[in-house]
Ligand binder design. Sequence first.
Ligand SMILES: Cc1ncc(COP(=O)(O)O)c(C=O)c1O
Length: 443
Amino acid sequence: MQIHKGDQLFQEALKYFISGVGAAGRFFPTIGRPLFLERADGAYLFDIDGNQYIDYHSSSGATFLGYNNPEIKQAMQQALDMGYFCNYETEYHVKLAELLCASVPCAEKVRFANSGTEATLGAIRLARGVTGRKKIIKFEGHFHGMHEMAWFNCHTTLSEPNEYGEIPCIPDSAGIPEEIASMVIVLPSNEPDIFRSCMKRHQGEIAAVIMEPVMYNAGCVLPKQEFVQAVREETEHAGTVLIFDEVLSGFRMCLGGGQEYLGVTPDLATLAKALGGSGVPIAALVGKEWVMNGLNPVGKVVMSGTYTGHILEVLGSLKAVEIMRSPGFYDHLNQLADRLYSGLSDLLQRYRIKAVIQGVGARFAIYFGLEHTPIYDYRQVVRHFDFDMNQRFLRKAFEKYLYIHDYGNKLSPTHHGFTSAHTLEDINETLTRCEDIFKLISD
Ligand SMILES: Cc1ncc(COP(=O)(O)O)c(C=O)c1O
């Protein structure tokens, strides 16, 4: 494998970027530097050393329809021809909003944003504005973007819950004032009784409950139906806004995302990543009219932005949603998911590797150190996750030209995923390479 040019460019990048990367998440600890790309196409990445990888990162889930998607490219070309403006509305904005309302169960109204972080920030502000309350509940291990309002207890070490099961609120970044933590209650997910009693104890205080419907940010921890049902019932009863953060789960397993998958409709949902289809940088806050009416200029909660609903993004996303709505789209994804997840599970068993696969739709995790599925318990993941074995696997995968990105989190595995541009041949080829890797690392 040639890596010389990448190594050289890294030395140059170190002069100008912290750790040689423009964003921390792009540092790939497995190789001690980022992968420097020349181009990307379909299911493949091509680095500047001429290596071709089958990709299982898909831009952290943003390239759901594969790289260089020709239809999305054509849609964005139309935007270029129109003058690639921002901060104006067009008929395409209306059409995209209409399709979102037809696709996502809770979506009665739509507001665009630029990123998942911005969408969850807007959702929490809106919930506070509409309810006139300050506190929010979030769950341990769930991630909602890099803003002060909810960036707690995602990748921090576990700490002892108090007598009520509430977990001390610990920021995931330096620079987050503790005054903000005083407005956030952190609970374990999948514990309906703890949730119910917390809502009772804080009656009249909770503006919002925010959660990932599928906990992809701890790999792929599943939600328990009775837990999600309890969250819906209690929030409805308390006049608390239920926010599903569908930045990763949106469109991932079915058109309606996590809320359709679970059969539970929240009040608000945040969408990003797959919404842009092929890495187009768009996000949206969608939700029920009674909450969304709190947004200005009708309501008093401000959520706006110069670049939101940029025509490039809107036309790209409109094409993406049309593609995802086309017949057979999810049949193809499900076929790939079944083959990949069952194939990997069989191989892990055959080579007696202590690991399990858990996936929902086009995203999954490999849990080295765990032995049983289904996995519902985040703390069990943290206690048993074998980080060293995970690193060994990822290193070998990279050498076999499989790009399986990892953020270096020691508590839980990174979520991985494939795109609709992957073919059954890509998956079979991946399984062949993984078999070689498992043979090597099983000794
Ligand atoms: C569930 C969830 N919410 C929010 C975000 C933040 O999105 P962005 O990176 O677009 O700001 C992410 C990003 O991975 C996410 O997974």
